[in-house]
Design a protein around this ligand. Structure first.
Ligand SMILES: [Mn+2]
Length: 429
């Protein structure tokens, strides 16, 4: 029986910067730069080592509609490594890299195949003289593709799949079933896909690896290298082994060079920054020792609980110093963990209510906090103070105005910070 294998990847987002770091460690920017390109180079290594028949890329190959020439060239260099070993490359464009945005002067390496955007087309794959596989594909022409492209895939009516016929693959960038967290481009339902005589739907767009259906297969490999803390956990591509007209084996290959992860640490009652630093170091080292493979672990730790440290941690310079010290220590210990940022959700240990009754500056600050939190008028006053910040031309596309819960959180942090700043010189208070 005919057997072959291929690799299915999508959402390479080449050229994408990684976000979510508050780090000054020397050399780190260099380490994090080009992780998407390095993950793709690793994918090519795997394809060569495993001697797959071809590689499928299901859109969002580039992060930007205007990738730099260097990004294009680095990508083409990797394609040529595959093509020179007779490993085919078949691609569609997605919403980040629609075909209409590719410069006219760009010439793909010979043998690489980019599917058109003006309709479905197909390529036949033969091995030892027999036609073993047909690959269909449809690219996006522009970012916001709103048509159901699956419904445009017209096979002859009543066509029954020939068990001895070629294995059929279709490449598409799409949001099946309008999954939340992703723009609804090329919308379709799972049933639309299952109604077509296709054996393997090689999808892109959703950034988590998901197998939506088996036999026929409907697969999202997810983003190859995650870009921020909304994309936690392992990422990679699928290695697919085909036997006749069936998927014989589907294996996830973790290839991301940097894995984002979030953790929580309860520090109620903790008295000193040095014990916090020690506790964090142990936690981070432990996370590193549990991780598999050689990828970097990019960690964000949320600190919880009631502690005297709440105020100190609300001071950005204290937090930054802690992060920098921990990263130096982790680097010194040869750990592959990087503390990307801390999320301070701790609450001061002071009894805010009784302390607010003392007639001094801190008492006044705490009474202000209570007043602002006590009703609509207080929130409106906060809005008036904060709105100009969030309407700033440079920030407004990056920041969302805080909701009520976030305002409360900000005020609690401010109370902790005020308590620490105003009382640190009066330990006998
Ligand atoms: Mn994408």
């Amino acid at each position: 029986m005919r057997r072959f294998s291929f690799i299915h990847a999508s959402d390479l987002h080449l050229g994408a910067p990684l976000h979510g770091f508050s780090i000054k460690r020397s050399g780190l920017a260099k380490e994090l730069k080009d992780l998407p390109a390095r993950a793709f180079a690793d994918l090519v290594d795997e394809a060569l080592r495993r001697r797959v028949a071809f590689v499928l890329l299901s859109g969002d190959i580039f992060d930007s509609q205007k990738p730099s020439p260097a990004t294009f060239l680095a990508f083409f260099r990797q394609l040529k490594r595959l093509l020179s070993e007779d490993i085919g490359v078949f691609m569609v464009c997605g919403n980040h890299d629609p075909l209409g945005s590719w410069p006219d002067a760009i010439e793909l390496p010979e043998g690489a195949y980019l599917f058109r955007a003006d309709g479905w087309s197909s390529v036949d794959i033969s091995m030892a003289g027999s036609h073993i596989c047909s690959i269909y594909g449809h690219s996006f022409m522009k970012q916001a593709e709103t048509r159901n492209l699956v419904s445009l895939l017209n096979f002859h009516r009543n066509e029954s799949p020939d068990p001895d016929g070629p294995f059929r693959i279709a490449l598409l960038h799409t949001n099946v079933g309008e999954r939340p967290g992703h723009a609804v481009y090329a919308p379709c339902q799972l049933q639309d896909l299952l109604d077509q005589p296709i054996d393997y739907w090689a999808l892109g767009h959703v950034h988590s690896p998901i197998v939506l259906h088996q036999s026929p297969h409907v697969v999202y490999p997810g983003i190859l290298q995650p870009r921020n803390f909304s994309e936690t956990g392992p990422r990679g591509c699928y290695l697919v082994e085909v036997q006749g007209r069936a998927v014989h084996n589907l294996e996830f290959l973790p290839l991301a060079r940097g894995i984002f992860m979030q953790d929580e640490l309860e520090i109620s009652g903790m008295e000193s920054l040095s014990s916090l630093e020690e506790t964090l170091f142990q936690r981070l080292e432990h996370l590193g020792s549990e991780a598999e493979g050689g990828s970097l672990l990019l960690a964000r730790i949320r600190l919880l609980g009631h502690t005297h440290l709440a105020g100190q941690l609300a001071d950005a310079t204290v937090e930054q110093g802690l992060i920098d010290d921990l990263n130096s220590a982790l680097e010194g210990a040869g750990s592959k963990v990087i503390l990307a940022s801390l999320e301070n959700r701790t609450v001061p240990e002071i009894d805010i209510e009784s302390r607010a009754r003392v007639d001094d500056l801190l008492g006044f600050a705490l009474r202000e906090r209570e007043r602002l939190l006590s009703g609509e008028e207080g929130f409106r006053e906060l809005d008036r103070i904060l709105v100009p910040l969030f309407q700033n031309q440079r920030f407004k596309s990056l920041l969302n105005p805080p909701d009520r819960a976030e305002l409360q959180d900000l005020l609690d942090k401010a109370a902790g910070l005020a308590a620490w700043k105003l009382e640190q010189d009066e330990p006998g208070e």
